[in-house]
Design a protein around this ligand. Sequence first.
Ligand SMILES: Cc1ncc(COP(=O)(O)O)c(C=O)c1O
Length: 371
Amino acid sequence: MSPSAKITSMKHTPGTGTNTNTNSGYVPGRSIAEIAEEYNIPVDSIIKLGSNETPLGPSPAAVQAVTDRASGISVYPESDAKDLCNAISEYTGHPAETIVAGAGMDGVIDTLMRILMPGEAIIPTPTFSYYAISARAHHGTPVFTPRNRDFSVDPQNILSQVTDETRVIFICSPNNPGGNLIPESDLRIILEGLEGRDAIVFLDEAYVEFSERSMINLAKKHDNLVVGRTLSKAFGLAGLRVGYGVMSERTRERYLKYATPFAVSSLATAAGIAALGDREHLTRSIRLVRDGRKKLAGIPFPVHPSEANFVLVNVSPHRSDAVCDFLARRGLIVRDCSSFRDAGDSLVRVSVGTAEQNARVVDAFSEFQNS
Ligand SMILES: Cc1ncc(COP(=O)(O)O)c(C=O)c1O
């Protein structure tokens, strides 16, 4: 259990709700400009807690690196982002020969789908919706399997979905939107169950820095594990698009054959290297989020235990869209999860903000509760 204790347990109802069709494309969190226009609110009074960005912002060293590199943008970056991969190698403790970098983790996922699809992609839901979009874009077939009522996955149930067509199982840990980790023993069962097949497990650790524990080391033992990470969250570089993957050397060779050359821009590379080197900033970013999670546990509805930089709130018997609208009128952007497959229509995801922003969110939920 995460340090954000005193959190009420919460059940959801898998497979219910109208949101079972993800063919409509990725639904991003709402933007400040959109809310300002719709509700006629000044832009600078709006607080955006709908897209899991960091409340601390980027490392000043990363901002400086972008400025320093700006005059060199007429030149292509290195095609394989070697320097960035070396910095990631130092950060993760994994050899550079097992690392790829991409335009966000989304870019890494997309390249992987290029080499793995067509075939079946097993996706425990509710979860990050881009997996299914990317699989479909590469002529693959998503196979959705609902998570348990507490958002955990059942490894045996997942393995029972595996066929000769299975090419990937997506496991998000901490999961978006539940915020929960998969236990290492469950992940091992899935990895071992997949051995000998032409298939991988993609472990998405976008939010892992905020959690108690990463499972990236399993990539050293299991050739069929690919771990996806990003600098969009704890490192605060969402606008630059830097993600990476850790995988076997063999998978990396296949990946690089089909990867977009120059996928990471020179500015993103420079910022990424600087951000990875600023561990003090990272520590501050993590501390701010862990403290903030405790504050958000005071929202007067059941809040799911979270190891990420967001919490999931069950506003039942109210509808999530009504709650999000109520908050938006008060200049607070949170995420209505009804667009997540199998999430039902009563879940609201709130990104951890600054102490002041978190207090405003808790007050707004209380106001809703009392309205
Ligand atoms: C679980 C998960 N994986 C991946 C991503 C994409 O990360 P990136 O910004 O690196 O593309 C997100 C973005 O919100 C996410 O929530």
